[in-house]
Design a protein around this ligand. Structure first.
Ligand code: DER
Length: 231
């Protein structure tokens, strides 16, 4: 499909940034899956020596199936580059991630990396974050209390609306770490830094999907196969 063409183009270009011997973080989602496929092909064709740390069980399965060398973050230590997707990016390269339910491990891996490169398509290019619901990973323990504390935090923050939903409803999605995700439909987030801090102070909140000041390079793939790299 046209949208997939853009994702593939961005994913394919991102693999050009990989150098032999790199320790890489591999993102999660449909664009990142294209990247893993392209990376595996290049690694095989050029016999690259790579060490890969996946950001989800799904990415790990795909990477292993394609012959990439997979290890744990503890084994790899510091990573050279993480390539991942995003649900939204703003002019400062601040992101909303977590549409694929993997933002906790994604943020840990990105934080352990020298560089984070995001692969996207024009549909994710926004003037301000928040049209995409903000994923918030929460413990199952004390869920009702955590929900009400999130609502209390949102009441104090400059956002356009304040609707929160447990992902999966009465059949809640369980993340790789065994937690739930609450999606906050905020419409527009005018102060993402303040919101991120306020949310993570809540004891039952594990991590939010705001990636602020982490991404240095964005690769945007278009339907016609053209690619734009912004740094
Ligand atoms: O869950 C995630 O963070 C994914 O990277 C998501 O943000 C992008 O997924 P997509 O490439 O399938 O749009």
């Amino acid at each position: 499909s046209p949208a997939e063409a853009g994702k593939f183009a961005a994913a394919r270009r991102s693999v050009d940034f990989v150098e032999d011997g790199m320790r890489l973080g591999l993102g999660t989602g449909s664009t990142a899956a294209w990247m893993v496929r392209c990376l595996a092909k290049r690694a095989r064709d050029e016999q690259l020596d790579l060490l890969c740390v996946p950001t989800s069980e799904a990415t790990e399965r795909l990477a292993r199936a394609l012959g990439l060398t997979v290890t744990t973050l503890d084994e790899a230590g510091h990573l050279d580059l993480t390539i991942d997707g995003a649900d939204e990016f703003d002019p400062s390269f601040n992101l909303i991630k977590g549409g694929g339910g993997a933002h906790l491990r994604e943020k840990i891996v990105a934080a352990a990396s020298q560089e984070m490169l995001v692969i996207t398509d024009p549909s994710k290019d926004v003037a301000a974050l928040g049209a995409f619901p903000l994923p918030i990973e929460v413990l199952r323990f004390g869920l009702a209390s955590t929900r009400s504390q999130i609502e209390a935090v949102l009441a104090e923050e400059p956002v356009a609306k304040r609707e929160i939903r447990l992902r999966g409803g009465n059949d809640p999605l369980v993340t790789d770490e065994g937690n739930f995700i609450i999606d906050a439909h905020l419409g527009r987030i005018d102060d993402p830094e303040a919101l991120a801090v306020a949310l993570n102070k809540i004891p039952g909140v594990v991590e939010n999907g705001l990636f602020l000041g982490m991404c240095r390079t964005i690769v945007i793939g278009r339907e016609d196969g053209s690619v734009e790299t912004r740094t």
